[in-house]
Design a protein around this ligand. Sequence first.
Ligand code: AMP
Ligand code: MG
Length: 419
Amino acid sequence: MQPPPLKDDCFAMPPGVDWTPVDTALAQLRDRLHAVTETETVPLAQAGGRILAEDVNAKRSSPPYANSAVDGYGLAHGGLPEGGICVMPLSDGRAAAGEPVEGELPVGQAVRILTGARLPDGVDTVVLEEDCSVESGRIAFRSGLRRGANTRKAGEDVAEGAMVLPAGRQLLPQDLALLASVGVAEIPVRRRLRVAVLSTGDEVLDIAAGPARDAQIFDANRPMLLHLLRLWGYDTVDLGHVRDNPETVRAAFDKGAAQADAIITSGGASAGDEDHVSAVLKAQGDLQNWRIAMKPGRPLALALWDGVPVFGLPGNPVAALVCTLVFARPALGVLAGAGWLSPQGFSVPAAFAKSKKAGRREYLRARIRDGRAEVYHSEGSGRISGLSWAEGLVELGDEARDIAQGDPVTFYPYGAFGL
Ligand code: AMP
Ligand code: MG
């Protein structure tokens, strides 16, 4: 017998197998998918986290009228002397927010005005109350005030009719403030995407169904994925757990395709004897790609089942999460109408050293301390605790690299993936 030399690297690329680079797989996903969610209209108060179905334009300028930025005295700049000390009589009345002063202020007079109050006709400039002396119905202040000082112009933030937020935007808290400020009460949003989640594996047991027998492990992926999908703003369909058996896997896919816009499964995605997810998808599911040159997570099945995209994740929870963040998140963004979501990373010095082989992309569990990226002490893809230890991922490109302490690496905080 002539066994091959020991490689001692389970992620080494086997000869003769066509490994798909991460970017190629991403580009295919991006090309093939399109938005599947319809439009509905919701009141602003319910629009947080929803995805805009159309560009939204301002119905009203913000601010809607010129107003004072400070508490002070309003006046016409044209009536001010060139230099020295200005003394002006105070007119009757007081302009406060929500309580405008009617009528035009004569040139050469000043009027008491508070922050947010509409500028009375004739007022284009405000002098700060701290810069004034006030005595027997007059104010005095030093000259040098700029025209328009301490005022906000109508529409200086947003002009009526201007586009404020584009279609595809997933509305953040601050977006609701912006929409309210420009008078948009009814928001056109996409229906929430529905995503079904399935776990497979003879050894896997639902945590609620314990206690576990010796050869069983608790299902770690399903609670993680269901919560992740809800954080992303999607509705979920819990398909539970099925054993490694082609009939039950097929039945679960049928159920998922009937109830959801996409299906995420974990486990059984390799080409092993008991990997029924990939076998079933290959036989019936228009399997697109299934060996991604990436660590963790080399078996990743991407397929269509009855036209519904299926993401067949590896069973290891570390690989399952990383593959979900890298592949499922942008793809689901397209289906949901948010468009392709590319995480924004930044370059930081490494607090570690590592030699990396060519031909696959790697993601390391990482966090930033003192401005440097630390990585988890083990790259083992079964080390789930490293996911909780980490605060993001370091991405190492497809090429070979010898990373020394202090070399720049790309860090993506978990927040860059929406979690
Ligand atoms: P597989 O992708 O089916 O080859 O599984 C790879 C590894 O992940 C095995 O050690 C499985 O026991 C484990 N695994 C599979 N599914 C889950 C799950 N839902 N939760 C935790 N571990 C899992
Ligand atoms: Mg398995």
